[in-house]
Design a protein around this ligand. Sequence first.
Ligand SMILES: [Zn+2]
Ligand SMILES: [Zn+2]
Length: 444
Amino acid sequence: MWEFGAVLFSFIYFLIHVAIESSQIQTDLDKGYFWHVTDLHYDDSYGKSGQSCGFPVSNPGPFGNGSCDSPLRLIEDSIMTMAKIKPDVDFILWTGDNAAHIPTSEFSLKRNLYMIQTTTSAIKRKFPGTLVIPSYGNHDFFPADYTNGTETAFYDTVCRIWSSWIKDPEQMLTCRRGGFYSRLVSPKLRVLAVNTVLYLIENPKSRNLTDPSAQFEWLEETLTAAREAGEKVIVSAHVPPTIPSPSVFHWFYPQYQGRYVELMTRFSDVIVAHHYAHEHSDTFKILQRNDETGASPVFLAPSVTPLRGTKPSGEQFAHRNPGVRLVQYDRQTGRHLGYQQFYTNITEDNNLGKSKWDELYSFTNAYDVPDMSVSSLRKIYHKMAKPFGAFILQYCSFYSVTSTPDDVCTLEEQAAFWCGGQLTDLNKTNECINRYMKQDQNVL
Ligand SMILES: [Zn+2]
Ligand SMILES: [Zn+2]
């Protein structure tokens, strides 16, 4: 009897063991990776004054300079690094801004298209068989920012440059109609490449419109169809609908801002994450209604260009190193499991004469969370509520893509990061900043 019991116990133990192993295999099989690379800002006149550098830079360095946009060497080096670290990704999100910040009087449509063609070829060479999902940035148009969706010849030319990735004739149609389309990346996961430059407040051509290129209509239809088909959605676009940090304003005209947030919060059950760019810095936010319902996680990836931004005070940021991001996700559910942020210190690279890319941080390790979900972001924001605490200072250091926190945020900047990361209403954000400054940050 005892012997039978022992055999039965061993058999049950064996079954449990097999079940655990197969569930681990299943879990491993479901993990996929994608890169997010953005804001390459290729300058074919790198180092020359009056172009992206704006003023004379005596020794710009072969890998890039904080006062200029990217030389070709930096762009090729960044893409080569991605291919070395993880060549077999499922897809690449590429969120625009391929041309340099060159004054319109010194620039041309032909040169603008040449920069898009050059960056496209650089990606194709290193990732020949990989699905790339490009979206338009404000520095993909000539003049920069100018589009209302009626520039048919321009959209047609650029969408054709990207056609080997977009492929589907129906998606090519919307790409040529206004620079937006969708791609299924696994049986139940869809990426929406959205053209948010149409809503940008610096874009004079879309100031008085209501739905340029009928993109809102398309978004509503596509999200509804995804919900009905049981799909999950990743939103990928250049200009974010969230409040930039540390300045507090909206990137979108008011008529688009409200509609975009209303639409995206209404479909938060379908959307697993938003990925944006444009700010050339590393932040993550929660897109939600004022009452914290309808929440989705938002991630802004840092740029490849090292061109430094300017603080609200007018002072330039001390650092802006180039970065590329590798995201791990679950192919079945779209759940974002974590990311690794890679960077290179261009000051050191220029001194050494070679680049030295490294992991800056892993999201889940640095912030001690299990994944990139809204509930993980809420936990992080809870920890960042303490001014000058370790978490908010770490966020500030990563913001500028640096491992040395010598560009520490002021209390006011910390308040803007904390409040602007969780709110989309400007008045509520400013009220929240006042409370944070008084260290009474418990209420958003
Ligand atoms: Zn940019
Ligand atoms: Zn931009």
